[in-house]
Design a protein around this ligand. Structure first.
Ligand SMILES: *Cc1c(COP(=O)(O)O)cnc(C)c1O
Length: 313
């Protein structure tokens, strides 16, 4: 049995504009571990459990690590999450509360990941946060759930970190005959690795990650997902941190659901339709969610961003 739940698809009154633009929300924020990630990670973990693995290892202190911890507990498989010292107290607590072992190692993610790799033996497996076809297959189930429903999207809007969600949505749209539907792939200015790659026409590694949308912080997107974009209508959109944070705040008021700025980045296109890259009547937003921030953090960011918008870098 799948570890994710079938999420609601809402036609949003506050975000729609009469008959001209209908905004549909796929509410992945309601997944038990707080984000869409359990779809792909649950699928991968079930597959590895069937293959006899006795331990899952993750080096993500974010929503991926949380989803692995949740999946392991559900499947009765031990989980170790290795995180660097920079991982927040909140993230550590969430991982521990799912019963996973937490190892704190190294100054930054590369050291933690190296330690995680050392822990792998014949009975354990590293669960990648975004670069694995098993993940894309699992994420594609969110598009399967549109089948037979009321939403035939003219445009899909989603956030991009390492591109796992994008890979799943590309796959899901294709198998339902919607391969021609454009996708707005949204990043923040400090995490825009897909934007850089699409612009150059080849895979680019950006020098650093900046800003509050930490769940989008992959310096390079999956090469296979980048290849999957070829011949498909994937349009890059880059928003500011302030647009992302403000969308998360407004979404909380409008739909009473909290999402990280990583998800607010995509929702920014609902709050400012001039950001939509192409005209569309039925727009499907993947409300990807995220559990690593809090309302308090959101309000702190908003307060620190008051004043005129700084000029784009
Ligand atoms: C992981 C994550 C993303 C980005 O997903 P990728 O598959 O890495 O592109 C976006 N939003 C949230 C909340 C996430 O946890």
């Amino acid at each position: 049995m799948a570890l994710h739940i079938q999420t609601p698809l809402l036609l949003s009154s506050p975000l729609s504009n009469g008959k001209d633009r209908r905004v549909w929300l796929k509410m992945e924020a309601l997944q038990p571990p707080g984000s869409f990630k359990i779809r792909g990670i649950g699928h991968a973990c079930e597959w590895h459990a069937r293959a006899g693995k006795r331990r899952f290892v993750s080096s993500s202190g974010g929503n991926a690590g949380l989803a692995v911890a949740y999946a392991g507990r559900q499947l009765g498989v031990a989980v170790t999450v290795v995180v660097p010292v920079t991982t927040s107290e909140r993230a550590r607590r969430l991982i521990l509360s799912e019963g996973a072992s937490l190892v704190v190692h190294g100054a930054a993610w590369p050291e933690a990941n190296a330690r995680a790799l050392e822990l792998i033996d014949a009975e354990s497996v590293l669960i990648h946060p975004f670069d694995d076809p098993l993940l894309w297959e699992g994420h594609a189930s969110l598009i399967d759930e549109l089948e037979g429903g009321h939403c035939t999207p003219d445009l899909v809007v989603l956030s991009v970190g390492g591109g796992g969600l994008l890979g799943g949505v590309l796959r899901g749209l294709e198998r339902h005959g919607w391969g021609h539907v454009p996708i707005a792939a949204v990043e923040t200015t400090g995490t825009a690795s897909l934007a850089a790659s699409l612009k150059k026409g080849t895979l680019v590694e950006i020098p650093r990650i900046e800003g509050v949308a930490t769940s989008l912080g992959a310096r390079q997107v999956s090469g296979q997902v980048f290849d999957m974009c070829k011949g498909r209508d994937v349009i890059s959109v880059v928003v500011t941190d302030r647009q992302a944070v403000s969308a998360s705040r407004r979404f909380l008021d409008d739909h009473r659901v909290f999402v990280e700025p990583a998800c607010g980045a995509a929702l920014a296109l609902a709050y400012d339709p001039t950001l939509l890259p192409t005209p569309a009547r039925d727009v499907l937003f993947v409300v990807c969610g995220g559990a690593t921030a809090s309302v308090e953090m959101l309000d702190g960011w908003l307060a620190s961003m008051e004043g005129p918008e700084p000029p784009a870098a």
